[in-house]
Design a protein around this ligand. Structure first.
Ligand code: DAH
Length: 341
């Protein structure tokens, strides 16, 4: 074998190695020369064609060539590995000084907040929560609440009927009957839930939430009602809130009252929210009508009680200064995210 041939194989191998862009290509290039069918290996196979006395010299030359190429490839492989490692490190580089990505946290809906707050206030006074069904029958929603079929008070609420007998409850007051049928006094019940009425404007929605309260025991009076409502107003609105009772009418209470809370915006001086009166109507209440107690098998000569019912949306609107009830059902995130803890 000529030395020239040797040199040209080396150059060829170097060119092939130069052309390789990654370690895999470099390995393939190496195999073209040093692999089982590679150029250098096939040179060795030419040994038999060579005269006996030339063979040792020829063998030496091929071995020298192989060693050169092995060294050349080893060097390049080392460089290639180094380059590839650098590239990988560069691509996976992490800037540990970057601030973390803040996860968006959900917030409780204002109606849920007020509901929870109401439950906290009254649970603190020993009330237990009882939830009735949203689809009620006529008896629990009206008749047992002293509102028989021909009673004019049925017109106070536009009812969604499901069948002649079943309806979407118009008031959580139905829960009073369900509980008293099951349980004899003493009773201290709080009943939150959805109610439905065919009613739709800026302050009324066909679905809204109410919180019902019922206390029945021996010797319960209107003063007990007002005492509890004062406590409620102070915790829900402001430390200086007061309440006043105005005579009203509900079929299931006698006497019945409308409860006003002193305006928490102007403190009672008169402003736009309270329409200059200093007072805001927040709920209906009264002493449980003896007919209602009788309907549930509770002796009205032994026990008396009071009940109250309020709209949760209404309380939320007053508390947070929301002027349209629709904001509470649209669920616009820009609105909802204002209610962070
Ligand atoms: N159920 C009445 C309504 O939806 C509110 C109400 C008034 C509830 C007086 C009561 C009550 O428990 O005593 O308008």
């Amino acid at each position: 074998m000529e030395n020239n041939e040797n040199e040209s194989i080396v150059r060829e191998a170097e060119a092939a190695a130069d052309a390789a862009e990654d370690s895999r290509a470099l390995y393939e290039a190496k195999m073209q020369f040093l692999g089982r069918t590679g150029k250098v290996t096939s040179l060795m196979k030419r040994m038999k064609e060579i005269a006996q006395e030339m063979r040792p010299a020829f063998g030496k030359q091929v071995n020298a060539l192989r060693e050169r190429l092995e060294e050349m490839f080893a060097l390049r492989e080392a460089h290639m590995r180094e380059r590839e490692m650098q590239k990988k490190l560069e691509a996976e580089r992490v800037d540990v000084t970057l601030p973390g990505r803040r996860r968006k946290e959900g917030t409780l809906h204002p109606v849920t907040r007020v509901k929870n707050e109401l439950i906290d206030i009254f649970a603190g006074m020993g009330f237990e929560v009882f939830e009735g069904p949203e689809i009620e029958n006529d008896y629990y929603n009206f008749t047992a609440l002293n509102t028989p079929a021909d009673h004019p008070a049925r017109d106070m609420q536009d009812t969604f009927y499901v069948t002649d007998e079943f309806l979407l409850r118009t008031q959580t007051s139905a829960g009073q009957i369900r509980l008293m049928e099951k349980k004899q006094p003493p009773i201290k019940m709080l009943s939150p839930g959805r109610v439905f009425r065919s009613d739709d404007d800026a302050t009324h929605s066909p679905m809204f939430h109410q919180m019902e309260g019922l206390v029945v025991d021996k010797g319960i009076t209107l003063c007990d009602l007002q005492g509890m409502l004062d406590e409620f107003a102070r915790t829900m609105f402001s430390e200086s809130s007061r309440t006043r009772l105005r005579p009203s009418y509900f079929p299931f209470t006698e006497p019945s009252v409308e409860v006003d809370v002193s305006c928490h915006i102007c403190g009672g001086k008169g402003c736009a929210l309270c329409k200059g009166t200093g007072w805001i109507e927040v709920l209906g209440a009264g002493m449980v009508n003896r007919r209602v107690l009788e309907n549930c098998g509770v002796d009205p000569d032994e026990y008396t009680g009071f009940a109250f019912g309020m709209g949760i949306e209404r309380i939320a609107m007053l508390k947070y200064g929301i002027n349209n009830i629709k904001l509470l059902t649209e669920n616009d995130v820009r609105f909802l995210e204002q209610f962070q803890d």
